[in-house]
Design a protein around this ligand. Structure first.
Ligand code: 5AD
Ligand code: FES
Length: 350
């Protein structure tokens, strides 16, 4: 691969130009020297917008009951081996209290699509958190809902919503999900969330079964069109009790390249170095930040439920208290010259 080619593509992206499929393939095939140029450009881009600061979000995995049956996911409803739990409202509030004391100013409530948590219950929890911690942002990550529900959560005070689109390609979507779920519905949810006024996060798994480079290119085009405030990507990791239990995991290399490309295509985007990335490589999250990521999401869930929120095998941090995770991540970020900051860390509108 000639370096000039890679350099030119990076320059086009830096000017806000279009990434063609040919250029995308070149970036994904670039040799070590090319990847280093890509990584460096992406990191400089993030530094220009966010400096050498990394935002933390406190993740509260409040239920692993799920009515959905996504083929890749360890908490899918047909997984009889998943030991189910849901946190009470009091337990959720105590996670926030602990998190607040540790300096967290964003709480991410993530869970399976659990019918127990009706709109009313979700709204009650959101408004209680906002009442107790008016200086904090509340992010919901609880799946596909009706637009009216999203509106109700927003009116109750929710600021942000994470809903990975998983893949922008209808056919690929069909191979990862049961027939009752559709790519079009998923995208509709994301547009609804944006229209309502949430800061929205979409995203996908890298190296998910059957994924092609064409599929990933479609993901990038979709992201460009949606203009989300956040993009969550991490490697697919098999979970042994799912139909994809024997499939290969996504790679560190591919995930890092994509983090850099997404950063260059969307300079202001909030981009987490995910737990899945930290799971496939002990330095995954550090490398993620060095490739353009600027968010980390340590776990605030009670330690006794941690290992039950097993979307994939060998998930890290399942035995560590929130305080340990926070100081571990602070240390990790310092080791690469970055600083974890406790600010709410909103999207930087121009
Ligand atoms: N490997 C990696 N990520 C996964 N997710 C679900 N299952 C897996 C897996 N096996 C991701 C999905 C989902 C998010 C909460 O976790 O992208 O949107
Ligand atoms: Fe949880 Fe390191 S981030 S132990």
């Amino acid at each position: 691969m000639d370096m000039r080619g890679i350099e030119e593509i990076i320059e086009v992206l830096e000017r806000g130009g279009e990434l063609t499929f040919e250029a995308f393939k070149m970036l994904m095939a670039a040799d070590d020297g090319g990847v280093e140029m890509l990584r460096k450009a992406a990191r400089e881009c993030a530094d220009r917008v966010y400096g050498r600061e990394v935002y933390i979000r406190g993740l509260i995995e409040f239920t692993n009951y799920c009515g959905n049956d996504c083929l890749y996911c360890g908490i899918r409803r047909s997984n009889r081996n998943a030991e189910r739990y849901r946190l009470t409202r009091e337990q959720i509030m105590s996670c926030c209290e602990q998190g607040y004391e540790l300096g967290f100013r964003t709480f991410v409530l993530q869970g399976g699509e659990d019918a127990y948590f009706t709109d009313e219950r979700v709204c009650d929890i959101v408004s209680e958190i906002k009442r107790g911690y008016p200086d904090c942002a509340v992010t919901l990550s609880i799946g596909e809902k009706r637009r009216e529900s999203y509106q109700a959560f927003f009116d109750a005070g929710a600021d942000r919503y994470l809903l990975r689109h998983e893949t922008a390609n209808e056919e690929h979507y069909g191979r990862l999900h049961p027939p009752e779920l559709s790519c079009a519905d998923r995208k509709r949810c994301l547009w609804d969330l944006k229209e309502i006024g949430y800061q929205v996060g979409c995203g996908f798994m890298v190296g998910s079964p059957f994924q092609t480079l064409e599929n990933i290119y479609e993901d990038l085009i979709f992201i460009k069109a949606l203009e989300p405030h956040m993009v969550g990507i991490g490697p697919f990791i098999p979970q042994k009790d799912t139909p994809f239990g024997n499939m290969a995991a996504g790679t560190l290399d591919m995930t890092l390249r994509l983090l850099s490309i997404i950063r260059l295509m969307n300079p202001r985007v909030l981009l987490p170095a995910t737990t899945a990335l930290g799971t496939i490589d002990p330095r995954g999250r550090e490398l993620g930040v060095m490739s353009g990521a600027n968010v980390v999401m340590p776990n605030l869930s009670p330690v006794n439920v941690r290992d039950k929120y097993a979307l994939y095998d060998n998930k890290i941090c399942t035995g560590d208290e929130a305080a340990e995770c926070k100081s571990c991540l602070s240390r990790r970020m310092e080791s690469i010259g970055y600083k974890v900051v406790t600010a709410r860390g909103d999207y930087k509108f121009i």
